[in-house]
Design a protein. Structure first.
Length: 473
C-alpha cells in the first residue's frame, strides 16, 4: 500500500511516505505494551492535564493542522479549521469528565459484602481510520482511550498520511508519552499481524463496510474486542407539516458538507407529496449556487472530492443509476476545473431494482423520493441494509420524535442538523456497524469492567447462590 499525499485540487504529488518495517511494528508494540503496564498503576486523573495540553496545542496549531487536511483530501479550509476545534473540544471533554465517568460503581446485591465494578484499561488498541475527517476520526478514539489508559497504534488512510503525521506530532510535542499514539504506514497484512499479537486487546475501525468485514474477521479470529463505525444511506425525512423554507436551507448543507463525503450525510431525501415539488425546486437552486474552487479560498463553497478514484467511482454509480431508470433533475455535468470536482447532482425516480436504491453514494449526489404518509416514509427509510443516522423534520416535534423512534438507525435528529459532539454517542446498527464512540458509551468501549466483591470475613452463604452444600449422610 502506497501512502501518498496527492492534492486533489492541484492533482500534484506532495509527498510519499515509506511503509513500516517489521522492526518498526515490533518496536511500536513493545513501546505500547510497556506504556500500558505503566498506566495500569496510574489513575485517569493523572492523564487529564496532558489531554488538556493536547487540546490547547490543537488550538495553537489550528492553521497548520487545517492546512494539512486541505492538502491531503481537499476539505474546505474553514471546515478543516472547524474540525481542529472539534478535536480540541473532544480532548477537553474527556479530560474534564473521563475520570468521573471511569470511577468505580457500586452494585446493590444479595451477596455478602460490598460489590463494585472497577474499570481498568485493556491494553494496546489497533486503530484503523478513514480519510474524510482525517483528525476528528482519530481524536474521537484517542481522547477517551487515553483517559482509560489504552495506548494506540494508528493505521490511517493511504491518501491522508500528512494528517496522521501532523496529529502524531501534536502528541509528541505534548507531555503525553510518545507511545500514547503511534502512527504507522501499514499494509493490510501488517494490520492483521498486529491484531493477532497478544499485546493488542482491541480494534476500533471507521471506514467502509468492506474494510469493516475484513478487520472484524481478523479481530474475531483472535477474540479481540472491536467496534465498527461503517457507512450510511441516511434518510432526511420531510413530513407534510414541515416548514419548507427551514428544511431546504438545511437540506443542501446536509448533503454538500465536506463535498458530501460523510458517513452521516443525508443521502436519501424522503419528502411528503405536498412538499415534494417545492423541495426539489429549492434544492436545485441551492445546489446551483455553490462555487467550486480553491479550498483555501473562503469564497469557495464546494470542495473537490478527495481523489480521482473516488470521483470516478461516484460517476460510475450515477451512470448506472441513469441506465436503470433514474432521472437527473439537476447536475451531472463536467466542472471545468483541474481538481477532482463533481457537480452537485439530484436524482429522482429511483425504483427498488435500481442499484442506486441500496448503494451509498459518497459524494455530492442527492436522491429524492416522494411519499404519501408517515408510514411510507418510515418504511422507505428502513428499507436499507445500513442504519447509521437520519434527520426528521416536522412542524410538531412530538410527531417528529415518534417517527424518529421508528427509524432503524443508531442516531436520529429531529428538526435539527446532524451533529457530532463529545457528549453524544456515535454509531449505527445493521451493516453500519456496532459499538459506540464518544460519550460515556464510547469511553467504556475498551475497558475491563471488573467485578470486585469484598466481605469483612469469609462467609459460606455466598456458596452456590446462598445454598450451602451438606453431606447427605
Amino acid at each position: 500500500m502506497a501512502y501518498k499525499t496527492i492534492n486533489p485540487y492541484t492533482n500534484e504529488l506532495v509527498k510519499a511516505y515509506p511503509n513500516a518495517t517489521a522492526d518498526d511494528v515490533e518496536n511500536a508494540l513493545s513501546a505500547g505494551h510497556q506504556l500500558f503496564k505503566q498506566w495500569e498503576h496510574e489513575t485517569p486523573e493523572s492523564r487529564a492535564k496532558q489531554l488538556h495540553e493536547i487540546a490547547q496545542l490543537f488550538r495553537d496549531h489550528q492553521a497548520q493542522l487545517a492546512k494539512a487536511m486541505v492538502t491531503d483530501m481537499g476539505k474546505l479550509y474553514r471546515e478543516a479549521q472547524g474540525e481542529v476545534e472539534l478535536c480540541a473540544m473532544i480532548a477537553d471533554y474527556f479530560a474534564d469528565h473521563g475520570a468521573k465517568l471511569l470511577a468505580p460503581t457500586k452494585i446493590e446485591t444479595i451477596a455478602t459484602g460490598d460489590a463494585q465494578i472497577q474499570k481498568h484499561p485493556l491494553g494496546v488498541l489497533m486503530m484503523v481510520e478513514p480519510w474524510n475527517f482525517p483528525m476528528y476520526q482519530i481524536m474521537r478514539v484517542f481522547a477517551p482511550n487515553f483517559m482509560v489508559g489504552n495506548p494506540m497504534i494508528l493505521k490511517h488512510a493511504s491518501n491522508t498520511p500528512g494528517s496522521a503525521v501532523a496529529f502524531e506530532n501534536v502528541i509528541k510535542e505534548s507531555a503525553a508519552p510518545n507511545a500514547s499514539l503511534q502512527n504507522m504506514f501499514l499494509s493490510y497484512d501488517q494490520v492483521s499481524e498486529i491484531i493477532a499479537d497478544s499485546r493488542v486487546q482491541g480494534v476500533a475501525l471507521t471506514g467502509s463496510e468492506r474494510g469493516g468485514r475484513s478487520v472484524a474477521k481478523a479481530a474475531g479470529e483472535n477474540l479481540k474486542k472491536n467496534t465498527m463505525e461503517l457507512g450510511g444511506t441516511d434518510a432526511f425525512i420531510v413530513l407534510d407539516d414541515a416548514d419548507i423554507d427551514s428544511v431546504t436551507d438545511i437540506a443542501w448543507r446536509a448533503r454538500l458538507y465536506n463535498a458530501g463525503q460523510v458517513c452521516t450525510s443525508s443521502k436519501r431525501f424522503i419528502v411528503s407529496a405536498n412538499l415534494y415539488d417545492q423541495f426539489l425546486k429549492k434544492l436545485k437552486e441551492n445546489f446551483a449556487n455553490v462555487k467550486p474552487g480553491d479550498p483555501m479560498d473562503n469564497q469557495t463553497t464546494l470542495a473537490p472530492m478527495n481523489s480521482k478514484r473516488a470521483k470516478e467511482k461516484l460517476q460510475d454509480q450515477v451512470d448506472k443509476a441513469i441506465e436503470n431508470g433514474a432521472t437527473v433533475y439537476y447536475g451531472n455535468e463536467k466542472v471545468d476545473l483541474p481538481g477532482q470536482f463533481f457537480q452537485p447532482t439530484i436524482l429522482t425516480n429511483i425504483e427498488k431494482n435500481n442499484p442506486a436504491y441500496s448503494e451509498e453514494m459518497f459524494g455530492p449526489v442527492a436522491q429524492v423520493y416522494k411519499v404519501n404518509s408517515d408510514q411510507e416514509a418510515i418504511d422507505l427509510a428502513n428499507d436499507s441494509d445500513l442504519g447509521l443516522g437520519g434527520i426528521v423534520f416536522s412542524g410538531d416535534p412530538k410527531r417528529g420524535t415518534k417517527v424518529a423512534s421508528q427509524i432503524e438507525t443508531g442516531m436520529v435528529f429531529v428538526n435539527n442538523f446532524m451533529a457530532s459532539l463529545p457528549d453524544l454517542p456515535f454509531g449505527g446498527v445493521k451493516n453500519s456497524g456496532y459499538g459506540r464512540e464518544m460519550s460515556q458509551l464510547g469511553l467504556n468501549a475498551f475497558v475491563n469492567e471488573q467485578l470486585i466483591v469484598t466481605a469483612d470475613k469469609p462467609n459460606m452463604a455466598n456458596l452456590a447462590g446462598g445454598l450451602v452444600a451438606t453431606d447427605p449422610d
